[in-house]
Design a protein around this ligand. Structure first.
Ligand code: PAF
Length: 314
């Protein structure tokens, strides 16, 4: 059989059903994205392909997860390149939802239903500065799940809080979908891949961005060492991050600077904030490089993830 040259692009539930009818008895994976795909997204698609027969990648810049102060219209839209990325990573189809069909009642909150995640998950970390963000994410993901009815869905672990909230939603609503987290994909120097890395335009900004992963890895090493010496050691999260950052900062460019949104440890499953480290800690950081590029990163304390993949994308 000749390879298919173009990926089917589906826009409505009826088109999805017709596409699925052409693949009877096959398992379906959904990879939800907002486009502007990079190597990290391609790894999600490849993992989905290993775990299911058919992979549908959704590309939709979801308006309800942007606050009025955030520029939804400026979000990068790179449709042609995204199609190529999906194709080369092994997707079977792309879902580009018709916005009117996905939000038939419109997007204003006084007209539509919304999925409100538990406050304990949203009122911390990235949710503090973006109070309605995760509500928009959960709502659109539930809609996409309803449309596609996949067996599995793959999300990146870089957005750890998002993944925790979506896992909670799947459990709480009893959705028959297996959520799979893909380990963070990093450059060889440690920087986590992100669409936003493209805005790190100067060598100083690039070097400074590395401060996030360097800090996480430094804290991880320090706490692991302390626990090896004394498994019952009581290690303050705030003090450790502060001290590690003070030892790293002098080696980084001093301009621009990083303004930290947070450095924090949470229990990796419950997402309960931790004042002291435990073997179940997940370490998370978010900061703005030069007040423009906001980056996030995270690292589990144990086990250091052996599957964390490294790509060379310089
Ligand atoms: O992680 C993202 O790209 C988005 O938040 C998602 C899950 C596709 C929902 O719009």
């Amino acid at each position: 059989m000749l390879p298919q040259l173009q990926l089917p692009v589906l826009t409505t539930p009826a088109e999805i059903q017709a596409f699925k009818a052409m693949h009877p008895q096959q398992t379906v994976a959904l990879v939800p994205t907002m486009g502007n795909l990079h190597e990290g997204h391609k790894s999600l698609i490849r993992l989905a392909k290993q775990r299911a027969d058919v992979v549908i990648v959704s590309i939709f810049v979801n308006p309800t997860q942007f606050a009025p102060t955030e520029d939804f219209s400026q979000y990068p839209r790179t449709w042609e390149a995204d199609l190529l990325a999906c194709k080369s990573a092994g997707a079977s189809a792309v879902l580009a939802p018709n916005p009117e069909a996905l939000y038939p009642m419109g997007t204003p909150l006084d007209h539509r239903f919304s999925v409100v995640p538990p406050k304990k998950l949203t009122h911390q970390l990235c949710g503090l500065n973006r109070p309605t963000h995760f509500e928009g994410v959960a709502t659109v993901v539930l809609k996409l799940f309803n449309w596609v009815q996949p067996n599995i869905a793959v999300f990146g672990e870089k957005d750890a809080q998002q993944l925790a909230i979506l896992r909670w939603m799947v459990n709480d609503f009893g959705l028959p979908i297996e959520l799979i987290g893909h380990p963070i994909v990093r450059q060889p120097d440690g920087l986590a891949l992100s669409s936003r890395n493209q805005y790190l335009t100067t060598p100083e900004a690039k070097a400074l961005a590395l401060g996030l992963s360097t800090l996480l890895m430094g804290v991880q090493r320090f706490v692991q060492q302390a626990f090896t010496e004394n498994p019952t050691a009581v290690i303050s999260v705030e003090k450790t991050f502060q001290q590690k950052w003070e030892s790293i900062a002098p080696q980084l460019p001093s301009s621009p600077t990083i303004s930290w949104d947070y450095w924090q440890a949470v229990h990796r499953e419950s997402f309960d904030p931790q004042a002291y480290f435990s073997p179940e800690s997940l370490l998370l950081v978010a900061g703005k490089v030069g007040d423009v590029v906001r980056l996030i990163d995270n690292l589990a304390l144990y086990p250091p993830n052996p599957n964390e993949s490294v790509v060379n994308c310089s």
